[in-house]
Design a protein around this ligand. Structure first.
Ligand code: EPZ
Length: 418
């Protein structure tokens, strides 16, 4: 496993531009299968997960080419509806192909994606939504096969606003006959970005970003150009790192409105946040705070983003006081607590709730990234710690953060990849 070696105690100063969002690029790349003309996607991050999605599309016969920050897709060569098992195991987001393949070819086949460090990650809501539109689901030897002679627009009422299930249904509905009404839909900014892409290729999508989305399908969807929105989770990661260690940081391509519940809390604690414009934020922090107890619970958008919870918990270690973090979206997304304790953090945690005793220093240690965002949190912890830390599992972190060491070094951090 690769590692990051970090020597803590350095402030972060300068400007960083966040990349296109991984969690918008992945469903939109899957959605290119729906088009019948070439698609150009701009500002697609160069991440391991994007490389896997590229391999998945190529395995289906689709032509995919990266040119700098752009990804060019020609779906006219699509000739297969079976997602390779090894790629599904490598990245569960391959499940986003179910809806588009079903809509385009009338069939889709994939192994059930495994669970991961943060939870079981079932796909029952995906299957619920797709069967509502007319798919028939068969399970044969651990492989899920969906078939549909044609898809018909229906009402899909989710019991939980699943991001991925909402996206799969949106994509399938884009070629269904008639109108599909998704109720209790996920409202994340990545949903809105997918909706804009679907509109660009010719579907009619209304209400993305609200709990009710209406999609009118079309039998034929064209090509398009689309720029991926900025990655709000990457933005929050840089902001929280500067807030924790102290710094003066400008973050660009960061849609300020996409992180409700973060800015106000940081300002209450004593971090100076200035919104320069809708896509640029200026963060100033001394890295030292007066006692201020914080309680935060994650939730579906616009609740506090679960993908920012590990990084925020680590930041709270720099704030004197007793803090409560409750993870309400995933059943076991506190794996970073045990690793942070190896740095001297005073955290008591079970599967969904953690008590953090902030304001005590951290020391360097050897830690291992249990998952992507926990890994990012450990990088923040190492930047805060006295002395040297080694973070194993660099590849896990690089699934979601491009050139993280280079970009942090450009801001003054002492971090090396090895
Ligand atoms: C997306 O995952 C993101 N991934 C996750 O980001 C993010 O944490 C999550 O949304 C929530 O915002 C991508 O977009 C690639 P969900 P997804 O369906 O679609 C349960 C990261 O770090 N559920 O909203 O899988 C599920 O188990 C990743 O970038 C079902 O029970 O999230 C979880 O407890 C991590 N049945 C909850 O819903 C289903 O069929 C939220 O899952 C689907 C989900």
């Amino acid at each position: 496993m690769g590692e990051f070696v970090v020597r803590g105690g350095r402030r972060l100063t300068g400007t960083v531009r966040v990349n296109g969002a991984k969690n918008a690029a992945l469903p939109i790349m899957a959605a290119t299968v729906l088009a019948n003309q070439p698609v150009v996607l701009h500002d697609v991050p160069e991440l391991r997960d994007i490389q896997v999605m590229t391999k998945v599309l190529r395995s289906l016969g689709v032509t995919v080419e990266r040119v700098g920050r752009d990804v060019l897709v020609d779906p006219r060569t699509l000739n297969n509806y079976v997602v390779p098992a090894e790629l599904m195991q490598e990245m569960r987001a391959s499940i986003f192909l179910l809806g588009p393949l079903l809509a385009k070819l009338g069939a889709a086949e994939a192994t059930q994606p495994g669970g991961c460090a943060i939870g079981d990650r079932p796909i029952d809501l995906h299957l619920y939504g797709l069967t509502a539109l007319g798919a028939v689901v068969d399970d044969e030897g651990g492989r899920t096969i969906l078939r549909a002679k044609r898809l018909t627009g229906r009402e899909v009422h989710f019991p939980f606003p699943s991001v991925g299930a909402t996206e799969n249904v949106m994509m399938a509905a884009s070629m269904a006959e008639g109108e599909t009404r998704i109720r209790n839909a996920a409202m994340e900014p990545e949903i809105v970005d997918l909706a804009q892409f679907l509109e660009r290729i010719g579907a009619t999508v209304r209400g993305a970003g609200t709990p009710e989305i209406r999609i009118s399908g079309s039998g034929s969807l064209g090509g398009a150009e689309h720029t991926i929105i900025g990655d709000r989770v990457e933005a929050a990661t840089f902001v929280l790192a500067a807030a924790a260690v102290g710094g003066d940081l400008v973050v660009r391509n960061c849609m300020v409105d996409h992180l409700p519940g973060l800015w106000g809390r940081l300002q209450d604690i004593g971090v100076r946040i200035e919104e320069i414009d809708a896509e640029t934020v200026h963060v100033v922090s001394e890295g030292r705070f007066s006692p201020f107890p914080v309680s935060v619970a994650t939730g579906p958008y616009p609740g506090f983003a679960t993908d920012c919870q590990p990084q925020f918990m680590t930041f709270l270690l720099s704030v004197p006081g007793v803090h409560l973090v409750t993870e309400k979206v995933f059943e076991s997304r506190l794996g970073h607590a045990a690793e942070l304790r190896r740095m001297g953090a005073q955290i008591i945690a079970d599967r969904r709730v953690a008590l953090i005793y902030g304001g005590h220093g951290l020391h360097g240690s050897y830690v291992t990234a249990p998952d992507l965002r926990a890994g990012a949190a450990l990088v923040i912890g190492a930047l805060m710690a006295e002395g040297e830390s080694v973070i194993a599992g660099r590849e896990i972190i690089e699934r979601g953060y491009e050139h993280l060491d280079l970009r942090l070094r450009s801001l003054g951090a002492e971090i090396q990849a090895r």
